[in-house]
Ligand binder design. Structure first.
Ligand SMILES: NC(=O)c1ccc[n+]([C@@H]2O[C@H](COP(=O)([O-])OP(=O)(O)OC[C@H]3O[C@@H](n4cnc5c(N)ncnc54)[C@H](OP(=O)(O)O)[C@@H]3O)[C@@H](O)[C@H]2O)c1
Length: 367
């Protein structure tokens, strides 16, 4: 008698946040078509174009823009920026129950503590993201593989379930016996590249300056001491290794914090530099340089509206067109470049056309 081939169960899944990372993972899951996937986004799309090194695919994608339409799923992939987690609470409340697993695809550490208050007693597992995602338009993303693996999770029952869930997609998952050390290693990379490029408003070429390299080493030495106190098993020359890795990246590459600052969006600082300073406090380790970076970045964030909850340009365009247009927002804020220029500078042409169409529909009361 022939044995039946093992067919893994078809699961239900929701991707919250259809940005660079969420768009890529949603596109990969839809293309593999092993699970029923829905995307939770502020602007719904019907199809998604995913550019991969091997080929470009266009897949149909069910998106929801109102949490009230969401129902319980087996897997949630939380792909917002870390500071946007509280705004995802209405989605999590509808999607999660105690048998749901929530994979948090966000940089930094402390993802479980950040997400748990909103997740209805579900199981939360952080995932380290190594792939590079780029959102070219709301319905168009690009995946670049930049390391041996695209994601890393703990080698436990939930991590293995996550790897199985992504089986059949081009995303390669590393199951790690020392997830804490890997998380800190990723944080070390982000802890210098993001703040320095955002503060200097220069791409990664700035890290090649001798004085900046010396500053990076001092920032890293503080962070490495904190990471070791937190149990990370780091090499004796971890700071040098981190900096060497950073210097292999193309000088013209930016960082997400650099692009967010250019676009006037809130900066993901608390999950990165903020996490190092907070852990330093817990272990009574002084982190004066990281603290100085944090103070400066918080001041920038507050001035841009990120720390106060005021509406930022991108959010304004997506969610608040009824009240004010992005253009008027910038005029109001006396931005010398004006909203029209900034809209063009920060979004693709198709995106701008989509936003204008939505603005017209809202004005007509069609939406
Ligand atoms: N991009 C990369 O290559 C990369 C690599 C490694 C790690 N990461 C990390 O991955 C995480 C995600 O980064 P990302 O680059 O994908 O950011 P992103 O491109 O800004 O995407 C975040 C998405 O979440 C959406 N969002 C925010 N709040 C929401 C809400 N309440 N409901 C629905 N959608 C919501 C945003 O929508 P709006 O556009 O409407 O605001 C946006 O589409 C971050 O922690 C980042 O540091 C990124």
């Amino acid at each position: 008698m022939a044995l039946k081939a093992h067919r893994p169960a078809r699961l239900t899944a929701a991707v919250i946040g259809l940005g660079s990372i969420g768009g890529v993972v949603a596109g990969c899951l839809r293309d593999a078509d092993r699970h029923d996937v829905v995307a939770c986004a502020r602007i719904p799309v019907k199809r998604l174009v995913l550019e991969r090194p091997e080929r470009t695919v266009e897949v149909p994608l069910r998106t929801l823009s109102n949490p009230a339409d969401a129902t319980r799923v087996d897997w949630v992939l939380l792909c917002t920026k870390a500071h946007q987690t509280p705004s995802a609470a209405p989605w999590l409340a509808r999607l999660c129950d105690s048998s749901t697993r929530v994979a948090v695809l966000q940089n930094g550490i402390g993802q479980a503590a950040r997400t748990a208050p909103f997740a209805n007693g579900s199981t939360i597992m952080p995932a380290i993201v190594y792939y590079n995602g780029e959102r070219l338009a709301p319905d168009h993303v690009r995946l670049r593989h930049v390391a041996e693996y695209d994601l890393a999770v703990a080698d436990d029952v939930h991590g293995r379930a996550f790897a199985e869930f992504l089986d059949g997609t081009p995303l390669r998952v590393l199951l790690s016996a020392d997830f804490a050390t890997l998380s800190w290693r990723k944080l070390l990379i982000n802890a210098v590249a993001n703040p320095i490029t955002a503060l200097t408003l220069q791409r990664q070429a700035v890290l090649r300056r001798e004085d900046i390299r010396a500053l990076c080493m001092a920032i890293l030495d503080e962070a490495v001491a904190v990471a070791r106190a937190d149990g990370a098993k780091l090499a004796t020359d971890e700071s040098e290794r981190t900096l060497s890795t950073l210097l292999t990246y193309p000088p013209e590459a930016g960082t997400s914090m650099y692009f967010d600052r250019l676009a006037g969006r809130a900066l993901e600082i608390e999950a990165l530099t903020g996490a190092i300073v907070a852990a330093g406090e817990r272990f009574s380790i002084a982190t004066p340089l990281n603290r100085a970076l944090l103070t400066l970045l918080r001041a920038i964030n507050d001035a841009a509206g990120g720390g106060t909850g005021r509406v930022l340009p991108a959010a304004c365009v997506y969610t608040n067109v009824r009240r004010t247009s992005a253009r008027r927002y910038h005029k109001d804020r006396k931005n010398p470049r004006g909203g029209k220029t900034l809209m063009r500078a920060t979004m693709g042409k198709r995106h701008v056309r989509g936003v204008r169409a939505k603005t017209r529909r809202l004005r007509r009361g069609d939406d």
